[in-house]
Design a protein around this ligand. Structure first.
Ligand code: APR
Length: 233
């Protein structure tokens, strides 16, 4: 794999599953016992802000209690040792990539540990709760919401993502079902730009046919093996 100079990696909930954080589309289709649409839409937040704030207060506490697994740590090693271009685009709102040692990480769906003020648009690192309406550190208003991209909202840094996809010579997808756009369309864009596409997932995904190769198994086994392959040359 010596000819690889530019890698874009897309990760989904599957890479954090072995850290104890639930994926979205398990067999019951619920996310922590809630229909995803109920707790991950602006309409849901307008309908019942307390429910949604509590939901993300629980997610935030879970993220803080979780630990990176070997897959996150392997990508941290790749970030340190790979001399080419690398961008990890994650759909996940946890900080396990960063705690696993990666720094070139882009959270396209926002972050559980960030709060967004609807009063002054400021964003703040946040580890506590939001259900009790704390004051925004910048403007003092009680207008903080989870800094999460909900259904119907625009994911973050899409221009930067598509520029990276256009320049990649390897696109790697880890632990995502390919059920949600725009992330599910990234593989076609990368392949059209000439990248090789590899998928590492527990099972076939909705997008598997778009990849040159799919390897099935748990991320904690497949990702370290793949990083060794890339770094080992
Ligand atoms: N190792 C690798 N893959 C795994 C593992 C594991 N241990 N466990 C589960 N998976 C795979 C599943 O087979 C599935 O294909 O991870 C994928 C998880 O899919 P989803 O639950 O749909 O999560 P994701 O693809 O990240 O969802 C995308 O949807 O609800 C929105 O914004 C939310 O970011 C989320 C987006």
């Amino acid at each position: 794999m010596g000819d690889i100079r530019n890698i874009v990696i897309l990760t989904g909930a599957g890479i954090s599953a072995e850290s104890g954080l639930r994926t979205f589309r398990a067999e019951d289709g619920l996310w922590e016992d809630h229909p995803v649409e109920e707790v991950a839409t602006p309409e849901g937040f307008a309908r019942d802000p307390d429910l949604v704030q509590r939901f993300y207060d629980e997610r935030r506490a879970q993220v803080l209690a979780a630990q990176p697994n070997p897959a996150h740590e392997a990508l941290g090693r790749l970030d340190r040792e790979f001399s080419g271009e690398l961008l990890i685009v994650t759909q996940n709102i946890d900080d396990l990539h960063e705690r696993g040692g990666a720094s070139r990480v882009l959270h396209m769906h926002g972050e559980a540990l960030s709060a967004w003020c609807l009063g002054c648009d400021a964003r703040h690192r946040w580890q506590g709760t939001l259900r009790d309406g704390p004051a925004c550190p910048s403007c003092g208003q009680a207008a903080l919401r989870p800094d999460i991209v909900w259904f119907g909202e625009m994911p973050y840094q899409m221009d930067r993502i598509f520029r990276a996809l256009g320049q990649a010579d390897l696109f790697l997808s880890i632990g995502t079902s390919g059920a949600v756009y725009p992330a599910a369309g990234f593989v076609q864009h990368a392949v059209q730009s000439g990248a090789r596409a590899l998928e590492l997932n527990l099972e076939e995904s909705l997008g598997s046919r778009n990849f040159h190769e799919t390897r099935l198994g748990p991320a904690s086994e497949l990702v370290p093996a793949w990083v060794e392959q890339v770094l080992g040359g």
